[in-house]
Design a protein around this ligand. Sequence first.
Ligand code: NAP
Ligand code: HSE
Length: 419
Amino acid sequence: MVKVGIIGVGTVGTSVAKILKENADIISARAGQEIIVKSGVVRNLKKDRGLDIKLTDNVDDILNDEEIDVVVELMGGVEEPFEIVKRALKSGKAVVTANKALLAYHRYELQAIAKDIAFEYEASVAGGIPIINALRDGLSANHIESIVGIMNGTCNYMMTKMTNDGVDYDSILKEAQDLGYAEADPSFDVGGYDAAHKLLILASIAYGIDAKPEDILIEGIQNVSQDDIAFAKEFGYAIKLLGIAKKDANEVELRVHACLISKDEMIAKIDGVMNAISVVGDKVGETLYYGPGAGGDATASAVVANIIDIARSGKSAPMLGFDKAFDGKLTLKATDDINSKYYLRINVSDKAGVLAKITKIFEDNNISIETMLQRPSLASSANLLISTHIALEKDIQKMIKDMEALEFVNSTPVMIRIV
Ligand code: NAP
Ligand code: HSE
């Protein structure tokens, strides 16, 4: 029998305990032995969670319990769970986590501590989709050329509702929180950080890149407005928050931001809380993974799969799929050197000569305009909606700064990259 201690019995932890009970028959058949939850840790012992497991508010009750074989960390955060997971591994307990923020900062240190003690984290990326398994094991014969996908269920849910139903940003964020999709601090979702944490985990497995969130380009969906959505609809695009990893010779570019994607692309059709990740390998070609990216049961499905694997063998391969990073051959591409097409929304005073001055700034920064629309905005102002041909990130950033300094530009221009 395998005994589990769950540290954090909230949205995901509650579902883990329920699945282990409700599907006990199939789980023990697949694991080759019974798996039971011995106890769980929460902050608030008074809250009813509808579970019949023993609850405590002291992590030592799990970490010092010699009967517990597997510690499941589902509390969230970074430094506190880092200390807890280290203690669990050092005392020889297997660990399963869904905590991508923890792994975004400490995955290499944890791999070094875990050695051959099982440490699994399938649910940390794309909820119920077994993308870690696919990348680490199923595609292990390939050089990975790119990983591009919708990696945050909350943002995709919000963008879908804002696009299809015109629902406003704040009420739809509240709905995503009520459904259990959002992080405890939802600014991690809408700010793009949660997707970046996931991208960094995938980039470690695919490229051995040891980067932290601070090292890469991260933008969220906070500035996307109904004007941008209307432009997208008119020009045949969907707006999605994407995580993008691309290998180019010895460099890898890693970035998370809102994107305008042609409606014909498969990924543009992924709606609601669903995630989809395309992985291109040099031998296999393109593979696509689709499924629910957030929510208690979907995420717990991946957590329980990890527990079953541990019950089967008790060990795991190196958690990132290799012992050392790949000789430092691949380095992170500088954000300034990224190439893209861009869309800009520029709110200007609606008066003679402004358009000519704006187009001159594009020319001065070596940026070529592809399409342009002018929409009346509030009294005596207008929104210029402009898309560009391929340009360099550093040129676009410089041009935005140049525009901000102009008295007839009313606010910082909003920019969305076109993929
Ligand atoms: P949650 O609902 O907020 O649950 C967190 C649980 O941890 C709660 O039971 C909380 O206790 C407990 N907790 C937090 N800090 C604690 C502390 N210092 N001491 C003791 N207990 C503590 O979070 P969640 O949505 O289940 O997410 C858990 C983890 O899974 C996070 O790392 C998250 O990023 C990840 N994840 C979530 C999803 C999702 O869809 N929700 C999907 C994939 C990954 P109380 O209940 O008493 O407050
Ligand atoms: N908050 C995350 C999301 C949970 O919305 O995708 C799943 O990782």
